[in-house]
Design a protein around this ligand. Structure first.
Ligand SMILES: NC(=O)c1ccc[n+]([C@@H]2O[C@H](COP(=O)([O-])OP(=O)(O)OC[C@H]3O[C@@H](n4cnc5c(N)ncnc54)[C@H](OP(=O)(O)O)[C@@H]3O)[C@@H](O)[C@H]2O)c1
Length: 332
């Protein structure tokens, strides 16, 4: 899938930090021209430098994804500078950590507007252009929490579930019109990103991702792969597979387990200042990069991701082994 200038044109929302920052870099390493959407100008500038260092071209576009007009303007700018958009990645989020009844109504609304409506806004701007050409790919960055909600993240988990439902609706509408556009969702495990240091946390202690934790380059590779294959959905990491399948089989057991463990497993032993600067309404100053503060505990590889992206090899290997075993058995 290549644009008229020979390089893929890609839009990444939430490109200034975390997973989105690593995704922009991953596409750039394949020569992509990348539209970088987020609000923080220092983070966007860092992402622009990363993309150019990796061999791509970058266009940094300060955008609040909760505002559909800003997203539409950004899409317009990307096409004017780089040509038709081939791939759109919806990654941006803004989280508030607290029990539901302690989250101010305004904060709940705002988190939902960024996480859920931001994804709908990105999808709308992408489809407006892709449907005219009957081609393109939209990748929704999801989470194991798109299937299994956990305590202290009701706004985020509600949005991730909503994105999954929204995406299924849009997929069937595209299929109804025999569209050539592909829409897919990548369900991530816990990732070491700045999220836990820059999000709003109304908790006693510093939030943390629930181990096992992966470095953001792992989901970035999965998202790149998903953008170039016709898979409906991809789970990243053994923990995502276990959480999603386990919850399908034993949801009430999962409720009880999470009620018992979910508060402690999402907090370090360090206290957090609930008035720390947070990114719910405005970006936090500075360039936060792709990685968070959990480098030492984080995995840089996922054997499960290798297996899911090479499953035809695995099937061929298994069939080969079965054939060899059958042939050997016939000789006995
Ligand atoms: N980290 C994990 O453990 C984890 C686990 C599963 C799935 N995921 C998924 O990975 C994706 C990224 O999460 P992350 O952990 O990388 O988050 P992050 O480190 O907090 O980064 C969030 C990104 O979204 C941008 N953003 C926030 N509000 C925005 C707004 N209103 N408009 C435009 N951009 C906005 C931020 O930039 P500005 O502040 O500069 O705007 C930043 O670039 C999400 O879809 C999340 O669901 C993460």
């Amino acid at each position: 899938m290549e644009s008229r200038n020979g390089n893929e044109v890609v839009v990444v929302t939430g490109a200034s930090a975390g997973v989105g920052r690593a995704v922009a870099r991953e596409f750039a390493s394949h020569g992509a021209h990348v539209g970088l959407l987020a609000r923080g100008e220092e983070g966007l500038e860092g992402a622009r430098r990363d993309v150019e260092a990796a061999g791509g071209k970058a266009l940094a576009l300060p955008t609040d994804v909760s505002d559909h007009e800003q997203v539409e303007d950004a899409a317009e700018r990307v096409e004017r500078e780089f040509g038709p958009i081939d791939i759109w990645v919806n990654d941006a989020i803004a989280v508030v950590f607290a029990p539901f009844w302690e989250i101010p109504a305004e904060d709940f609304k705002r988190s939902t507007e960024v996480c859920y409506l931001g994804t709908a806004n990105g999808t709308r701007a992408a489809l407006k252009r892709m449907r005219e050409r009957d081609r393109g790919t939209i990748v929704q960055v999801g989470s194991a929490l798109s299937y299994r909600a956990i305590p202290l993240q009701s706004a985020y988990c509600g949005s991730k579930h909503a994105i999954r439902g929204f995406t299924d609706s849009v997929r069937t509408e595209l299929m109804h019109e025999n569209s050539g556009i592909h829409i897919t969702m990548v369900q991530l495990p816990a990732v070491n990103t700045p999220q836990f240091s820059i999000s709003k946390a109304l908790l006693p202690n510093h939030p943390q991702p629930v181990p096992p934790i992966y470095q953001p380059e792992v989901p970035a590779k999965a998202i790149y792969w998903a953008a170039h294959h016709r898979r409906r959905e991809i789970y990243v990491g053994t923990s995502s597979v276990a959480v999603i399948l386990g919850n399908k089989l034993f949801p009430a057991l999962a409720d009880r387990y999470l009620a018992r463990t979910g508060y402690d497993s999402q907090q370090t032993s360090e206290p957090v200042d609930e008035n720390r600067p947070n990114n719910l309404y405005n970006p936090v100053a500075g360039d936060h990069g792709a990685h968070g503060i959990f480098d030492e505990e984080s995995h840089s590889e996922s054997p499960q991701l290798w297996a899911t992206t090479h499953r035809s090899w695995l099937v061929a290997g298994a069939l080969g082994l079965a054939g060899a075993a059958y042939a050997a058995a016939r000789k006995l």
